[in-house]
Design a protein around this ligand. Sequence first.
Ligand SMILES: NC(=O)C1=CN([C@@H]2O[C@H](COP(=O)(O)OP(=O)(O)OC[C@H]3O[C@@H](n4cnc5c(N)ncnc54)[C@H](O)[C@@H]3O)[C@@H](O)[C@H]2O)C=CC1
Ligand SMILES: O=C(O)[C@@H]1CCC=N1
Length: 277
Amino acid sequence: MSTTDFSQFPPIAFIGGGNMASAIIGGLIRQGVLASRIMVVEPYEPQRAVLLQQFGINALPAADGSLASAQVVVWAVKPQTFKDAAASVAAFTGHALHLSVAAGIRSSSIATWAANEHIVRAMPNTPALVGQGMTALFARQGVTPAQQALAEQIIGTTGQFIWVQQESQLDAVTALSGSGPAYVFYFLEAMQQAGVEMGLPAEQALQLAIGTFTGASQLAAQSSEPPAVLRERVTSKGGTTFAALESMRGSHMGAHFIAAMKAAEKRAVELGDEFGA
Ligand SMILES: NC(=O)C1=CN([C@@H]2O[C@H](COP(=O)(O)OP(=O)(O)OC[C@H]3O[C@@H](n4cnc5c(N)ncnc54)[C@H](O)[C@@H]3O)[C@@H](O)[C@H]2O)C=CC1
Ligand SMILES: O=C(O)[C@@H]1CCC=N1
């Protein structure tokens, strides 16, 4: 297969057709993958209607023999439902590359359920919906270089990616970039609320907050200097930023934030323990 000709992309099946599946399907279709090459198993009828309306894909209500043509199976179900979903799918997909986006569920569990060692785990995030995703990938031993390239092509349609070498690092990734968009939205909400309390219209306060996140992120991405130096450049001695940062330090905001992310990592480990094989 050509690395660029997405119209020749091999048949791909999604198990679960919710948020993350839609983000990846959207990326594939934007790059020219034919909707006719994309299968989706989605038991929830209203969500099947969304997939039809959004992508022109007739999702299956349950797994069937048509999945056997898939060269890649993307697992996009909740960790809690992975095992049950796998029981109805595995009979058809033994030979495929299995690409899981489920938080916590370890490749050893997937290998057991899918009777297959060809497993790549991905931890994407919802900015994938607009082609700005940040994903970490992990390949189980036994995944071929061609399969790794295939996983990169799929995830690459949704934004940037990195590979991690240890599977346990995916739990840290989940806490950082997987859940991370929620932290950003939380900060945006707080910045908007503060703006309103200080007298700005809500719409303008949100526009200012979003523009600030976008601009600061771009500056950090394009600068050769670390965030701490960029922060110091904003902070005039005795000025407004200094006052804000002193308030944040006084309430130990950084320590609270790190503790919150560690709670997310702990939950990822628990999900693997609770819902794994
Ligand atoms: N939403 C996020 O920000 C991220 C989610 N993830 C992971 O992606 C996975 C999916 O999450 P979302 O897309 O957010 O959830 P979602 O709830 O939007 O999608 C899951 C879909 O699976 C369907 N489903 C339930 N049982 C099924 C079965 N037996 N067979 C096939 N489909 C079934 C549901 O009807 C639903 O539409 C989760 O494992 C989550 O950990 C990973 C990174 C980010
Ligand atoms: O909250 C969750 O469990 C999923 C994984 C990362 C983002 N959403």
